[in-house]
Design a protein around this ligand. Structure first.
Ligand SMILES: Cc1cc2nc3c(=O)[nH]c(=O)nc-3n(C[C@H](O)[C@H](O)[C@H](O)COP(=O)(O)OP(=O)(O)OC[C@H]3O[C@@H](n4cnc5c(N)ncnc54)[C@H](O)[C@@H]3O)c2cc1C
Length: 362
């Protein structure tokens, strides 16, 4: 967005693209709408270019004992492979004129002066910095003013594997969530064109042993462990979103600021939306010669934080309900208003009282 408007943009990433990123790759309605707005891409173009590789109108929520809810969706879930998806978006940025530095690992940042230092000693200076370096953000760590203990406490370990469909004991056509086997978390089985994605994530409460939990989960799914080549983990911000994503000349976006929806762990939309909001604030700030921080903060507080807070309240209600009354309580809750709840997950409705959500980028 900034490059399109003629600003000089350097994108620094420690990886070489295309690179892997552990992720289920599920896109909701609001993600698809954002891709239309920012990149001019719609479902058809993304399917044609092979970026969207599976579409599903159906979902199921299960416990280890039975199916709790199952049904049709008001808008399909779309699935991407992050290696392909991220590389596709990066090529958009390159075409817009952004200069991309791959293999550029940032080791420190001066958020006041707008400086970042790479592992090889190179220093980059920007009028502004957007810190979008993920859950273990080096840029965030340079902020002196956030609650590190709380951020760590609400960082969820996630484990995910990909299997060939022939190694999964049954066909998987639609996404399945599996609940009730940990206090504050869940598992998923997601379809894809040529693989099945199986994962778990949750808060590390009561010293839960994640490897054991995952092993039991594979047993429940009847997956032959001999076909699992290796376990991969990545932290997921899960309720630790920052109220203040700005310090000096530096704005945090996406996982770096903990902007992940704390019930289902949707992060792609929030990363793309805060990427857009921070860029637009900087463009406006440069044009008007004012600091972009207040405008970015205000937009995040209007559009993003209320959703994350409402989702956080709902998750504790549902997780506590399941602890007291068993997973059946979640089934009763979902079945009482399945269509509207699906609209909430998609972002057609708000997590706050299921009101119609008005996204300001549409
Ligand atoms: C197992 C798992 C499954 C998930 N499934 C889904 C899902 O189905 N749908 C969904 O919406 N969300 C999902 N999420 C969440 C989603 O993956 C994240 O919210 C999203 O990737 C955040 O994007 P980001 O750009 O902020 O960070 P990232 O995607 O993590 O990107 C950060 C980038 O910064 C680079 N970087 C990191 N450190 C440095 C450094 N020091 N110097 C330079 N570069 C650096 C990395 O190489 C990377 O390219 C899942 C997460 C996990 C862990």
């Amino acid at each position: 967005m900034l490059a399109q408007r003629g600003y000089s943009v350097a994108m620094l990433d420690r990886a070489q693209f295309p690179r892997k990123k552990l992720c289920g790759g599920l896109l909701t309605w609001k993600s698809v709408k954002l891709l239309e707005t920012v990149f001019g891409e719609d479902v058809d173009s993304l399917v044609q270019s092979g970026v969207i590789n599976h579409v599903s109108n159906h979902y199921a929520i299960r416990s280890y004992v039975n199916t709790l809810a199952e049904g049709e969706l008001p808008f399909p879930f779309h699935f991407v492979d992050r290696t392909v998806f991220d590389d596709h978006l990066l090529s958009h940025a390159k075409r817009a004129g952004a200069e991309v530095f791959e293999g550029a690992k940032i080791v420190s940042c001066d958020p006041i002066e707008g400086l970042v230092t790479l592992e090889n000693g190179d220093v980059f200076e920007g009028e502004y910095i957007i810190g979008a370096d993920g859950a273990n953000s080096v840029i965030r760590n340079s902020f002196p003013n956030y609650d590190r203990k709380r951020f760590k406490e609400f960082m969820a370990p996630a484990i995910e594997i990909s299997l060939s469909p022939s190694d999964f004991p049954r066909p998987v056509e639609f996404p399945e969530l599996i609940v009730g086997f940990m206090d504050a978390g869940y598992g998923w089985v997601f379809p894809n064109r040529d693989r099945v994605v199986v994962g778990i994530c949750g808060l590390r409460r009561n010293n839960v042993n994640f490897s054991k939990l995952f092993s039991d989960y594979l047993d429940f799914l009847k997956i032959d462990k001999a076909v699992v080549s290796g376990l991969h983990g990545h932290p997921l911000p899960y309720g630790n979103f920052l109220e203040n994503p700005v310090y000096g000349k530096t704005l945090l976006a996406g996982d770096a600021a903990g902007y992940v929806e704390p019930l289902f762990g949707e992060g792609l939309f929030f990363a793309m939306a805060t990427g857009l909001y921070s860029s637009e604030a900087i463009a406006e700030g440069l044009a008007k010669k004012i600091s972009p921080g207040p405008a970015y903060s205000q937009r995040v507080h209007q559009q993003i934080i209320p959703e994350l807070k409402a989702s956080n309240r709902l998750r504790w209600l549902l997780f506590k309900g399941m602890k007291l009354a068993g997973p059946r309580s979640l089934g009763l809750f979902v079945n009482a208003g399945a269509w509207k709840l699906a609209e909430m997950v998609h972002g057609i409705r708000s997590y706050s009282w299921l009101r119609k959500k008005r996204w300001d980028f549409l």
